[in-house]
Write a protein that binds this ligand. Structure first.
Ligand SMILES: Cc1cc2nc3c(=O)[nH]c(=O)nc-3n(C[C@H](O)[C@H](O)[C@H](O)COP(=O)(O)OP(=O)(O)OC[C@H]3O[C@@H](n4cnc5c(N)ncnc54)[C@H](O)[C@@H]3O)c2cc1C
Length: 251
């Protein structure tokens, strides 16, 4: 059995009926921005494994404690409703080691970095963009956050803080698919790439010559955007074969 570290809930924020952030104090768990933890709670009696754990991306940058996780409650999910029911002071378990290669040090050099997310997939970008690394490596950074309803455009204060810290180098593009929303693009990310609205909005091109794209969240978005970028000549980045696209799917 993996040796779990016992952390403690240090705070909780409810954004909508289904979207929560949990702050967890577990100083012995360290990570690189963009990586994910494994959060766990004791499994119900009779379960095969003693703990039920799932991966969750760190939202806080590594130099800021406590850890923070941003998640959606899936009504029939075995873990997420239980995480949402936790309160300050409750125990929650983590694996001691963070995992994943979805981080700035793993991506290729380029003029611009495009951080493209759906829903809770914005989490790792909020961590990475609050470190110095992306700003030393890229001239411009675009954060795209696509959601269904405007109320799901979360973490606006943190995003505004990133904008203030890096004005001129940062562009934030919210996209809302199911209701007209002032200042947000309508529809979905693949369409906004295909018809040029994303590049027009930011004035930054999304091409193999200029950009590296990191995609995170819904696997359908990741697949569709990847196809679209492939058609532009951008290809998947690998350590041994540098490219232009890095991805993380949440299911
Ligand atoms: C590398 C990695 C990092 C992840 N980081 C996060 C994170 O930061 N925040 C987060 O909310 N989830 C994240 N997930 C998903 C998370 O691990 C769980 O799957 C999710 O919270 C549901 O857990 P559950 O036990 O309640 O239900 P599960 O039985 O695990 O999931 C039920 C179904 O819900 C759907 N689903 C899973 N995750 C999501 C999601 N985020 N949004 C919409 N539908 C989903 C899938 O269809 C899945 O089969 C991550 C997954 C991976 C692989």
């Amino acid at each position: 059995m993996a040796a779990w570290v016992e952390g403690r809930v240090a705070g909780k924020r409810q954004w909508t009926n289904a979207l929560y952030s949990l702050q967890v104090s577990a100083p012995e768990v360290t990570f690189t921005a963009g990586q994910f933890a494994r959060l766990a709670l004791p499994a119900p009696p009779g379960a095969k494994e003693p703990m039920i754990g799932r991966p969750y991306s760190f939202v806080n940058p590594p130099h800021i404690a406590p850890h923070e996780f941003y998640f959606i409650v899936l009504a029939d999910g075995p873990l997420s409703p239980r995480l949402a029911a936790l309160d300050s002071g409750d125990p929650v378990w983590l694996l001691p080691r963070a995992n994943g290669f979805f981080s700035i040090s793993e991506v290729a050099e380029a003029e611009s970095l495009w951080c493209i997310s759906t829903g809770t997939g914005i989490g790792p970008f909020l961590s990475m963009l609050r470190t110095e690394e992306p700003w030393e490596k890229f001239g411009r950074v675009v954060l795209v956050h696509s959601v269904r309803y405007a109320v799901e455009l979360t973490y606006r204060d943190e995003i505004a803080g990133i904008g203030r810290a890096h004005s001129g180098a940062f562009a934030y593009v919210p996209i809302v698919s199911r209701e007209p929303t002032p200042d947000a693009l309508a529809g979905r990310i693949p369409a906004a790439i295909e018809d040029g609205r994303l590049e027009a909005r930011t004035g930054i091109s999304l091409t193999p010559e200029n950009a590296h794209a990191m995609l995170c969240g819904n696997p359908a978005m990741v697949e569709d955007v990847q196809k679209m970028l492939n058609a532009r000549g951008m290809r998947r980045h690998r350590r041994k074969e540098p490219g232009h696209i890095t991805l993380e799917t949440y299911w």
